[in-house]
Design a protein around this ligand. Structure first.
Ligand code: ZN
Length: 311
């Protein structure tokens, strides 16, 4: 495997497979294709089961289970391409690791036993909210965003205990600080950028970035143009967020969280995972050391996974 292999901490490709009947073998239907993952030297891809609004996608847990079924079918269909990542000891350099995530803690429907159910099915990361407040916490895009609820407090503690990665992307700022204070483990923002460069409610302010990094966590740079730049976004915009976060809090806190297949369009120069080498080349050209580029590509997320996930 390339020394600059990539861990991408967020894509919504499974929902494309379910909702649009897309195929990983067809470049036109998805950002994340089998060929793109290989060309992009992706070592581990996090696949999020995106729950979405109930009125469109049905009861939350049912929706989550439907997406997980599709994820399992995908692994089964391509046993030579993927291997599932459940714990820290699994390494298979000939294949692409797949980590199962859920985007939207509403999937629990307010029940801690559903967290255990999902864990038993292989889920190793949960984004606590999507765009709307739920039983766990307030969301960044919702009005009157609240903090962490009593149930949310139990969920965070249980995720710590189980060895699940807590994802604070999409959280309200109130809930964010509650989680930072409560979690005994590092947390990640799987797909968020710097608000100081691009003032969007989904992005993180400087204090939030510093808090994630000083707790040992990582921020996955999101490629969605409206989160990158108020102007037209490009590879340069992605590098600007990397530069900014590195300057503010250190390169140990940076990774990739592309949001492929969760967004309608991509920056100039980015077509899918096959474009990761172009970002890497640009970082090296800008005199980022090989060691730092390796950390950004996979070393930082790998550190967090090893710290949080059990055997
Ligand atoms: Zn998202």
């Amino acid at each position: 495997m390339s020394k600059f292999y990539v861990i991408d901490a967020h894509c919504d490709t499974i929902s494309k497979l379910v909702d649009e009947n897309a195929s990983l073998e067809n470049h036109d239907g998805v950002h994340v294709s089998l060929q793109g993952l290989k060309e992009g030297c992706v070592g581990i891809q996090f696949f999020a089961a995106w729950i979405g609004p109930r009125d469109k996608y049905g009861p939350h847990l049912h929706r989550g289970l439907r997406l997980i079924k599709e994820y399992n079918s995908m692994l089964k269909a391509y046993p030579d391409v993927f291997y599932p990542v459940h714990g820290i000891t699994e390494r298979n350099t000939g294949k692409i690791g797949a980590l199962l995530a859920v985007e939207g803690g509403e999937v629990l429907e307010g029940s801690l036993s559903n967290l255990h159910l999902l864990y038993s099915m292989g889920v190793r990361l949960m984004t606590l909210t999507w765009n709307f407040n739920n039983e766990i916490a307030g969301a960044a895009m919702d009005n009157n965003a609240e903090g962490l609820t009593t149930f949310g407090t139990e969920v965070v503690k249980e995720m710590n205990k189980l060895g699940m990665i807590i994802d604070v992307s999409h959280l309200s700022e109130e809930a964010f600080w509650d989680v930072i204070e409560l979690s005994s483990q590092p947390v990640i923002a799987s797909h968020s950028n710097a608000k100081s460069l691009c003032n969007h409610p989904r992005n993180l302010n400087d204090r939030q970035i510093e808090a994630i990094v000083s707790k040992g966590g990582v921020i996955g740079i999101n490629f969605y143009p409206p989160f990158l730049s108020l102007q037209e976004a490009s590879i340069t915009s992605i590098i600007e967020h990397i530069d900014y976060i590195a300057g503010l809090a250190g390169a140990e806190g940076i990774g990739f969280g592309s949001d492929f297949d969760g967004v309608e369009y991509l920056p100039h120069g980015i077509e899918g995972p096959q474009s990761f080498p172009d970002i890497i080349e640009e970082l090296l050209r800008l005199n980022y050391s090989e060691e730092t580029v390796q950390k950004i590509c996979h070393g930082n997320f790998s550190r967090v996974m090893n710290k949080i996930m059990k055997q």
